[in-house]
Structures are given as C-alpha cells and as structure tokens.
Design a binder for this molecule. Structure first.
Ligand code: C2E
Ligand code: CA
Ligand code: CA
Ligand code: CA
Length: 278
C-alpha cells in the first residue's frame, strides 16, 4: 500500500507538470523540425463555382514527426506562436509555397498560391523585403501570391498593417481576409483595408444550402463584397447543395472537402493537370 501511495503522488506531480513540460519539449522538438526539414506543405485547391476549374491552392503546413506521424497544424502552430518559432516556420512556409507555385506554372495553368501569415510575421520590419525575396528566389510572379491574414490580425495593429499590405499590393501581391465573419467587425470597416479576397468562414458556409434562415447573412456578405470588388471564397464546402446555393448567391470560389482535402504536391499537380477533379 505504501508503494502504491508513492506512485500515486509521483503520477499526480507528473500530471501537474506534464502540460508545461510538454510545451517545452514540443518547442525544442519544433526547433529541430524546422532545422531538419520535417515540415511539409499540403495544398488544397480553390475552385471556380461556375466552371468547376481550379483557380489556385492554399498551402497548409503539417509536421512529419519521426514518431508521432503527420501532425496537423492545430497541434503545433499555437506553440509556435507562443514561442516565436512561428517566424522561422512562416519564412520556411512562404518560400516553399512560392517554389511549389512557380513549379505549377505552365502555358495552361497559372494557379494562385495562398499562404497563411501570422501576426508576428506581419509585424516584422523586413516582412515586405522577405516576401519580395521569396518571390524572386522561387521565380514566382507576385500576382499569383495571396497572403491570407485573419480578421483579428488585420484589426490588431491597423496603421502598421495597412502600410505593410499597401506596399505588398504595390508589388502585385494579393491579400485575403481569412476566416471572415468570426471577428465581429463590419465589412465596411474592413473594406478600408488594402484587401482583394474575402474568405467566408466555414461556420457560415455550414449554414447554407440546407434551408437555414442564417443563410441571409452569407447572402449579405457576398453582396457587399461584390460592391467592394472583392473576390469571395467560401471555405469548408462539403456538400454539392452548398456549392449550388453559393453559386446562385454569386459567390465566386469554393474550397473544401467536396472537391479535395489538402494533398501533397504531386497529388496537387495531378489535380491541376486533370483540370476539374470531380
Ligand atoms: P485555415 O487557414 O482556416 O485553413 C482551413 C482549414 O480548414 C484547414 O485545416 C483545412 O484542411 C480545413 N478544411 C478545408 N476544407 C474543409 C472541409 O470541407 N471541411 C472541414 N471540416 N475542414 C476543411 P488545417 O490544414 O488543419 O489548418 C488549420 C489551421 O492552421 C488553418 O486554418 C490556419 O489557421 C493554420 N495554418 C495552417 N498552415 C499554416 C501556416 O503555414 N502558417 C500559419 N500561420 N498557420 C497555418
Ligand atoms: Ca487560411
Ligand atoms: Ca480560413
Ligand atoms: Ca480557420
């Protein structure tokens, strides 16, 4: 009984520290992962709702962990953001995605390549230079790069953000508002920002095509985006009823499991060559 008691205490204490230790371990492992090239990008197509053709891809990072397998971003992006590792991680993603995008270019295909950018990357004083350098290094036309920035990041440090995004757009790079609708900001407010694309969050897209009353909100978002000359992308489309509804509502593009999950580069190229993939 004595031994069991000790064991219980040890387990309890371990439990107390497990989270902190886990984060520390994860951080140093992630540092190694960036160094040792364990990160990989998967690519999910965006599709023109009218023609069903692929217009581009979004690059989504995964960690090919030596013992735990392929880890989704949710398991390491938060730690990367807390530890500042998101900056080198983000630099790697940007260059890798530009290379992939450049490699997909052909006479028939000039797909766009969208890259998720976090607040700490955007705040770097040399961020514009870094983007320009990545494009040059990869041989990727600026017009084909889309930087996805969430609504909350856009609103966080408005003055600096506007300056940075305006400089990037002068170079031809496009900017997308990611997860639109989750940040409680008005569209007319966001329209003052230098943006080109609006991505309607999955939580709203989930509600359309099924007779829900909430769909009117999505209709309003699309109508306003049109008047502001923004391209609209519906995120997380899973059913053909949703796609049909969105097309009727004049949403331009869709992205979701209906067409394809995020896939590795060879599979993404194959989707592109096949043209439409359903
Ligand atoms: P996000 O930018 O909103 O990306 C869309 C997420 O929705 C992706 O999850 C994608 O796989 C998933 N998705 C797409 N279509 C569907 C669908 O039809 N149904 C469902 N249920 N899900 C769908 P993923 O790849 O796990 O990425 C999660 C988040 O991690 C991203 O959300 C983004 O915020 C972040 N993330 C991914 N890659 C990067 C990166 O390179 N840098 C940064 N800073 N964040 C990243
Ligand atoms: Ca995104
Ligand atoms: Ca999103
Ligand atoms: Ca999201």
């Amino acid at each position: 009984a004595k031994d069991r008691g000790k064991g219980t205490i040890a387990v309890y204490e371990a439990g107390l520290h497990a989270e902190a230790l886990g984060k520390l371990a994860l951080r140093s492992e992630l540092q190694r992962a960036i160094r040792e090239n364990e990160l990989v990008l998967h690519y999910q197509p965006t599709v023109d709702l009218t023609t069903q053709r692929i217009t581009g891809f979004e690059a989504l990072v995964r960690w090919n962990h030596p013992t735990r397998g392929l880890l989704p971003p949710l398991e390491f992006i938060p730690v990367a953001e807390q530890s500042g590792l998101i900056v080198p991680l983000g630099s790697w993603v940007l260059l890798e995605a530009c290379r992939a995008g450049a490699g997909m270019q052909s006479e028939r295909h000039q797909p766009s390549m969208a890259v998720n950018i976090s607040a700490q990357q955007l705040a770097k004083t040399d961020f514009v230079d870094e983007v320009v350098e990545a494009l040059r290094c990869a041989g990727m036309p600026a017009e084909r790069l889309v930087l996805e920035i969430t609504e909350s990041v856009l609103l966080d440090d408005m003055t600096n953000t506007i300056t940075t995004l305006a400089r990037l757009r002068d170079r031809g790079v496009r900017v997308a508002i990611d997860d639109f609708g989750t940040g409680y900001s008005s569209l007319s407010y966001l329209a003052q920002l230098p943006v080109d694309v609006l991505k309607i969050d999955k939580s709203f897209v989930d509600k359309v095509g099924d007779g829900y009353a909430d769909a009117s909100l999505v209709e309003a978002i699309i109508a306003m985006s049109h008047s502001m000359r923004l391209t609209t992308v519906a995120e997380g489309v899973e059913h053909s009823e949703q796609a049909a509804w969105l097309q009727d509502a004049r949403c331009s593009l869709g992205q979701g499991y209906l067409w394809s999950r995020p896939v590795d580069l060879p599979s993404a190229r194959a989707l592109l060559v096949r043209g439409t993939h359903r």
